[in-house]
Design a protein around this ligand. Structure first.
Ligand SMILES: *Cc1c(COP(=O)(O)O)cnc(C)c1O
Length: 471
């Protein structure tokens, strides 16, 4: 694994790119997503050696093969500084619910959702590459909640990048809003728009298409299709699997899924040699992925707001990376499928392609009523409170075991993607009490909110950013 991994676009328009290029540009110019030209793989012996590493040492081993040679030198120190700031020594601790069912807590970062595990790392990678290249950039994104707070928190004190996050006014949870709007420094701000998430997303797209503006401020993105966000997420799959017996034994993961980013990192872990028997994809009522795995048809419909809002998605953009593998890296076929999805909101795989996809994935669609019921059930059985997204994953794991669709001798690790205190109203609905607020969230809630509300006009947003960026 000493060779340097290069990157290419799934749509076939670009190849032979360095990690640094891919990191800074996000989306490929041909509209595709960046993927490595091959998957670095650990031998069985190497896995046995990695088994007892602490979280940040393990992170260094897993992340280093994906980055360029200048970055490789600093990966150890970045890993150490990022994860020593997490508030649990174990970084991603496991909690046993019952025989062969565990929850892995991924909410010990600063904004209490799993997005921190990658975003905190990403901000360090950006800073290092920008320093080496003597460049400054402006990061722009839209959020429906967790991504925006994780990104602002991670990038707020970085010298070489400014960050602006657009969010739909009155449509994110009060906790999420507070996490974003209590950060307000020259160069790092949340901006509320009087529109919905799609409206915010449209303004981001329009500003990226404004070539003059884009070049003037060096616009960049950290949304979930940025390749570099997937890499640090691979680490906790290894970490969790080792704790339940890998590499000697196989393991199953259950993952509450929206954009297919988190679960794709699990799939990458399996390509790297981790013995993952199955990845269980938990959808909420917006179950485009479950319908796909049942039928081979990817068909978009309308988003219906659910109790797990971070998964309210009908186009799982990271799925393209998996699809590319399923069709044997055939960019021509990929372009055909993605064009028909663009035109008709629809494509269908051939039976043998679907069969290949099902080697890796199982999928279940979980209704809001099941979210509430599962939260209650787990609390009654284990005296342990889970957030509504985590409930989706746990319920999917229950279903897989009960229906015998997975071997119940193989342990399932279900990912807890957010702390319950981020969704107090849903916890109340389920439990008739409010969750305890951890002290680091309490500190945030005490801070003042300070943010600008803009009607949603492109020009106003643009001028605001030009005014507020550090010159
Ligand atoms: C982002 C998020 C998800 C969905 O993750 P994807 O990578 O988009 O599939 C699930 N739960 C929580 C709490 C999240 O913040």
């Amino acid at each position: 694994m000493s060779e340097l991994v290069k990157y290419r676009s799934t749509r076939g328009g670009e190849d032979d790119l360095s990690f640094e290029d891919v990191l800074l540009s996000g989306l490929a110019r041909d509209g595709g997503l960046y993927v490595p030209e091959y998957w670095p793989r650990f031998s069985y012996e190497k896995l046995c050696q990695m088994k007892n590493l602490d979280y940040s040492s393990l992170a260094s081993e897993i992340i280093a093969p994906f980055v360029g040679s200048n970055l490789k030198k600093v990966i150890k120190s970045i890993s150490k500084s990022v994860y020593s700031n997490f508030c649990n020594q174990d970084v991603a601790p496991l909690v046993k619910l019952k025989k062969n069912l565990y929850v892995m807590e991924l909410f010990h970062g600063p904004t209490l959702a799993f997005k921190d595990y990658a975003m905190q790392y990403l901000s360090e990678l950006f800073d290092e590459v920008l320093l080496q290249k003597k460049k400054k950039i402006v990061i722009l994104g839209a959020t429906s909640g967790d991504t925006g707070s994780a990104a602002l928190e991670a990038f707020k004190s970085k010298k070489n990048s400014d960050i602006f996050i657009l969010f739909p006014y009155n449509r994110v949870s009060p906790v999420q809003q507070k996490q974003m709007t209590s950060i307000n420094e020259q160069g790092s701000q949340a901006i509320a728009l009087r529109t919905d998430f799609d409206g915010c997303q449209n303004i981001v797209k329009a500003l990226f298409s404004d070539i003059e503006f884009r070049d003037k401020v060096s616009l960049s993105a950290v949304n979930s299709i940025n390749w570099a966000r997937l890499i640090p997420q691979i680490v906790y799959y290894f970490y969790g699997a080792f704790k339940v017996g890998a590499p000697e034994k196989e393991v199953i993961f259950s993952v509450p899924t929206g954009n297919f980013g988190n679960i794709l990192s699990g799939w990458i872990a399996s390509k790297m040699g981790l013995p993952i028997k199955k990845l269980i994809c938990g959808s909420n009522q917006n179950d485009v992925l479950t319908r796909f795995f049942n039928t081979g048809k990817m068909q978009r419909s309308n988003v219906i707001p659910s109790l797990s809002p971070s998964m309210d998605i009908q186009v799982s953009s990271n799925f393209e990376r998996f699809l590319y593998e399923v069709i044997n890296r055939d960019s021509e076929r990929l372009n055909f499928l993605m064009d028909s999805f663009e035109k008709d909101s629809f494509y269908k795989l051939e039976d043998k392609e679907l069969k290949k996809a099902l080697n890796y994935f199982e999928s279940y669609s979980i209704k809001d009523s099941d979210i509430l019921q599962t939260t209650r059930y787990v609390y009654e059985q284990n005296n342990y409170l889970i957030d509504p997204h985590t409930s989706v994953g746990v319920k999917a794991a229950f279903l897989a075991q009960v229906q015998g669709r997975v071997n119940d001798e193989v342990p399932i690790v279900s990912l807890a993607c957010a702390h319950p205190s981020k969704f107090p109203d849903t916890i109340y609905k389920s439990m008739s009490f409010y969750p305890k607020i951890p002290s680091r969230l309490n500190d945030v809630l005490k801070k003042e909110e300070n943010f600008k509300i803009i009607d949603g006009k492109l020009l106003d947003v643009k001028n605001y950013i030009i005014n507020k960026m550090r010159k």
